[in-house]
Design a protein around this ligand. Structure first.
Ligand SMILES: NC(=O)c1ccc[n+]([C@@H]2O[C@H](COP(=O)([O-])OP(=O)(O)OC[C@H]3O[C@@H](n4cnc5c(N)ncnc54)[C@H](OP(=O)(O)O)[C@@H]3O)[C@@H](O)[C@H]2O)c1
Length: 275
């Protein structure tokens, strides 16, 4: 059903985006992947190609929305159509509003919200050029925290992601372009990269690992695997979320998946781990 489609996926250099790109490529989708980490993108492209799939990558900072829009245009130009846009990239800089730096708010707004808006807008423009107005699908990765917008500033940005999905649904009601918002609970990925280094070092120690960690770095793969292994009832994997994306995309034309909220059993609204 997804064979020969074209998708753009942001934040594909790690975590949930990487898993989405791998699963879509396995379904026969030509994936156009982006993130900042060139090495990780190159590695994902090779893995996909070794499995017989197709991937094109470009490494850039999404805060340069012109580059994002250019990449989305490239995807349609190169393959003749754009069918799927996955706005996945996002970050959580932890901290209370009264203590947070202005630049940290700005980064969360620029990546979690502005890049998602710019990606959606460019995707709609390109999807409208699909031959025979073939259908398009925008997938926005929000968070369970969107249901608790008063939790912290990150949660407020994700609440806005849900609102944008609803507004786009209204705007596109008469067009063959669907919008799906996916709300993951806690997922074992690099998402904890903006935690205080001591928190990460302490967590690793509890899981039997000594790590050196600088805030913002990717977490060691081994640590992510151990978190999943030790706390599988709390943390989902990127693959769990990717399957939800494939599910939303594989519905027949008369079924629209507007919203999906997925968590591990120990995560529920109001709990410390709802993300
Ligand atoms: N993990 C969770 O518990 C969880 C829960 C709910 C929702 N989510 C959401 O899921 C999405 C993916 O997160 P994840 O868990 O997969 O985290 P992750 O492993 O840290 O991945 C984040 C991705 O976003 C990219 N990114 C971040 N800032 C960027 C920027 N300025 N320019 C370009 N790319 C940028 C990263 O690229 P580089 O690494 O190359 O910089 C990376 O590919 C996010 O929207 C997040 O809010 C995650």
């Amino acid at each position: 059903m997804l064979n020969h489609k074209t998708a753009v996926i942001t934040g594909a250099s790690s975590g949930i985006g990487r898993a989405i790109a791998s699963q879509l490529a396995a379904e026969g989708v030509h994936v156009f992947i982006t993130g900042r980490s060139q090495e990780q993108l190159e590695d994902l492209k090779s893995q996909i190609e070794q499995s017989g799939g197709q991937a094109t990558y470009s490494a850039f900072d999404l805060r340069d929305t012109g580059k994002l829009q250019g990449f989305i245009h490239q995807a349609r130009e190169q393959t003749g159509h754009l069918d799927i846009m996955v706005n996945n990239a996002g970050l959580h800089i932890h901290g209370n509003i009264v203590d947070t730096k202005v630049d940290d708010w700005r980064e969360m707004i620029d990546v979690n919200i502005v890049a998602l808006l710019a990606g959606s807008q460019a995707a709609v423009h390109e999807m409208r050029l699909n031959e025979g107005s073939g259908p398009g699908h925008i997938i926005n990765i929000s968070s369970g925290n969107a249901y608790e917008p008063g939790r912290d500033f990150y949660s407020a940005t994700k609440h806005m992601v849900n609102a944008i999905g609803q507004a786009l649904t209204h705007e596109l009601a008469k067009e063959p372009i669907q919008v799906t918002t996916i709300l993951p609970g806690a997922v074992a990925t690099n998402f904890g990269r903006n935690l205080e280094p001591e928190t990460v070092v302490e967590l690793a120690r509890k899981l039997g690992m000594e790590v050196e960690f600088n805030q913002g770095d990717h977490l060691p793969e081994e640590l992510i695997a151990r978190i999943r292994g030790a706390m599988g009832q709390t943390f989902l994997s990127g693959d769990d979320i990717a399957r939800a994306v494939v599910y939303a995309l594989q519905q027949p034309q008369n079924v629209v998946v507007r919203e999906l909220y997925l968590t591990a059993p120990n995560v529920y609204l109001g709990n410390d781990f709802s993300m």
